[in-house]
Ligand binder design. Structure first.
Ligand SMILES: *[C@@H]1O[C@H](CO)[C@@H](O)[C@H](O)[C@H]1NC(C)=O
Ligand SMILES: *[C@@H]1O[C@H](CO)[C@@H](O)[C@H](O)[C@H]1NC(C)=O
Ligand SMILES: *[C@@H]1O[C@H](CO)[C@@H](O)[C@H](O)[C@H]1NC(C)=O
Length: 506
């Protein structure tokens, strides 16, 4: 009895890396980026690793092996202003970036790391316009893994030379047209150039003050071993992924916790169904949704009684109808898992979209900023979402969207289909993420996964130089052939015109 048990125990132990030291650096103005990403760090702690986290988002989780230190001073951009162009968003981001780089290095917890230089087996960095943070993992001489809270795009493809080809969904113009691809690529070129030459040089300059001799951002990104992207092909359109870019979408929604008793009762009693309304952590009902639109929403939700609504809002709402329960905090993922939940009204953040896909709940998407429109566009294509523009929303469009989602079973069926695609994987996303982190620890880096594209310039990677070479060669051959042919024709013509009789004889 005892021996097989012991063998099994040893087998489990040896399949894993022994307790490793892991540093997480989550310097982000996106609260939800930390909330989702920290699930990975906490699970690593629970599987026996010693996890130390520096983050700009507070966290009072008290679990063994998990040490959290708060970093202060980060400032987020005004992403909710839709009037601004991409260029003006970048220009206005510059002073914020200056502040955010300076403030990072001024944090005591960061200074202490520089002073004591502790040994870590791996550093996990959350990136979003903060590549300079990689200077710290370089200094600590630990292999670096990137966690990207976004789906694949130019900002995370660059770490592993994953191809930046037109695979998005956000374009007004279809991507299979020339104009569609042209505008997609042009936008990517502008953003990549701004990221590399404008934002990159600011980060380099300030970082050198605090960490003399730090390599440039451009050099640092070449040493990233692995990128964990918060996406999956059941959420975004299929596209290539190099072997060190791992899709872990759904990793944060896979663990369902028990609902608080009052919510459990509320949802259990919703025999006709329930709806969840939540705009995530950045969009504030009181600040960002004008009264007029809130009235539309409340009136619309009142009409669908006896269907019950859980409505997340940081402010109380006097006009809320009887079937709407307003709450400051709601455990979104656990609510979405409840069988009575029929529709999720969401801003379409990647975390929320993923949770909806995972639990197979039809979406009413009301996007506000950033990648939300792209996310919503992807799930509209998947057939279980209706999208509304919050600026143009009317009572009529809101009511009909809700009615359609509740009554037309196509949406629920498509949501269930996506959910089963999402869940039908050989390994669960969180287990996959843990496996890859341990793989990098075990092999002390990821040199074996590294894509040769990382050593190439963009024009080499996209073979622009090769194509130009072919164009030049083919043009040269054509030009030479043209002149040779013309020369020969002239000769022949001359020959014939000088000896017209000879020709006639033949
Ligand atoms: C955007 O522009 C419109 C029209 O010019 C204006 O009414 C609105 O207040 C602006 N929004 C913001 C957030 O500045
Ligand atoms: C990148 O990694 C190589 C090999 O581990 C190391 O020699 C080099 O110094 C690193 N460079 C940077 C910029 O981190
Ligand atoms: C249900 O929705 C689908 C997808 O939008 C649509 O094709 C279909 O006609 C709708 N069915 C009814 C009965 O309205």
């Amino acid at each position: 009895m005892f021996v097989p048990w012991l063998v099994a125990f040893i087998a489990v132990l040896s399949a894993q890396v022994e307790s490793a030291k892991i540093l997480g650096i989550f310097w982000t103005f996106g609260r939800s980026h930390y909330i989702t990403g920290s699930v990975l760090l906490k699970t690593l702690a629970a599987s026996g690793h010693e996890v130390h986290v520096l983050s700009s988002v507070e966290d009072d989780t008290n679990i063994p092996n998990f040490k959290h230190e708060l970093l202060t001073g980060i400032q987020g951009p005004d992403i909710l202003n839709k009037n601004k162009s991409v260029i003006s968003h970048i220009v206005e981001f510059i002073p914020l970036l200056n502040n955010n780089v300076e403030k990072f290095w001024k944090n005591e917890a960061v200074k202490r790391l520089i002073k004591t230089k502790p040994k870590y087996d791996v550093v996990i960095v959350l990136t979003v316009f903060n590549d300079f943070v990689l200077a710290l993992s370089h200094y600590l001489e630990a292999p670096t893994i990137i966690y990207s809270a976004m789906s694949t795009n130019i900002f995370n493809n660059k770490y592993v030379a994953n191809p930046n080809l037109p695979y998005g969904e956000n374009m007004v113009i279809p991507l299979n047209t020339f104009i569609g691809r042209l505008s997609y690529i042009s936008m990517n070129v502008i953003m990549s150039a701004a990221d590399r030459y404008v934002l990159g040089s600011i980060q380099n300059e300030i970082t050198k003050k605090y960490l003399p001799g730090a390599p440039s951002v451009e050099e640092l990104i070449k040493n990233v071993t692995l990128v964990l992207v918060n996406t999956h092909f059941s959420i975004e359109s299929p596209r290539p992924y190099v072997p060190n870019m791992i899709q872990i979408g759904g990793f944060h929604s896979q663990k369902i916790k028990k609902l608080p008793e009052d919510l459990q009762k509320y949802l259990d009693s919703a025999k006709d169904g329930a709806i969840l309304f939540s705009m995530g952590s950045v969009v504030k009902v009181g600040e960002n949704i004008p009264e007029e639109q809130l009235n539309i929403i409340m009136t619309g939700l009142g009409k669908i009684a006896p269907i019950k609504v859980l409505f997340k809002s940081e402010v109380e709402i006097q006009t809320a109808p009887k079937n709407v329960l307003v709450s400051k905090w709601l455990p979104q993922n656990d609510i979405l898992a409840h069988p009575n939940l029929k529709v999720f009204i969401s801003h379409g953040g990647l975390g929320s979209t993923t949770e909806a896909v995972y639990h197979g709940v039809p979406l009413l998407g009301i996007p506000f900023f950033g990648d939300q429109k792209t996310n919503i566009a992807s799930v509209i294509k998947a057939g279980f979402t209706i999208g509304l523009d919050h600026d143009k929303m009317t009572q009529e469009t809101f009511d009909s969207a809700i009615r359609e989602l509740l009554t037309n079973s196509t949406y629920a069926a498509n949501a269930k289909k996506r959910s089963s695609l999402f869940k039908n994987q050989p390994v669960k996303p969180l287990d996959n993420a843990i496996w890859w982190v341990e793989h990098i620890i075990e092999h002390k880096g990821g040199q074996h996964l590294r894509n040769v594209g990382m050593d190439l310039e963009w024009y080499q990677l996209y073979m622009v130089d090769i194509m130009l070479f072919f164009v030049v060669v083919i043009t040269t051959i054509l030009v030479i052939s043209f002149f040779v042919t013309r020369w020969m024709m002239r000769k022949v013509f001359k020959l014939f015109s000088q000896n017209p009789k000879k020709v006639k004889k033949q």
